[in-house]
Design a protein. Structure first.
Length: 104
């Protein structure tokens, strides 16, 4: 259904994917405190998350992260059942495990 990749393999896959969308599924407050460059923010815990997913391009490949990897795993499952047909990749360990740049 989706792949789990640690920081460097996630970064490498994202960098090499011309059909990629980076998705931060944390709260807006968490996003503002620090996020990955060019990440789109849609909070998985909001009741309209499934509706927001319907507005996404189903053919794109989504690279999804949260704080520690739990919410982003949940988001990947919701996205897959909502009809996203592109590849879904979860950042294992979330932003806490990220070794690259964080935008503050």
């Amino acid at each position: 259904m989706f792949d789990n990749l640690s920081s460097q393999p996630f970064a490498d896959a994202l960098a090499g994917d011309t059909n990629a969308v980076l998705l931060d599924v944390r709260t807006a407050t968490e996003y503002e405190e620090g996020h990955l460059r060019d990440a789109l923010n849609i909070d998985v815990m909001q009741p309209d998350f499934s509706l927001n997913v319907m507005d996404l391009d189903p053919a794109k490949n989504y690279y999804v992260y949260c704080r520690s990897g739990g919410r982003s795993s949940q988001a990947c499952m919701i996205m897959a059942s909502a009809g996203i047909t592109g590849k879904l990749t979860n950042l294992q360990g979330g932003i806490l495990g990220w070794t690259g740049e964080v935008i503050r």
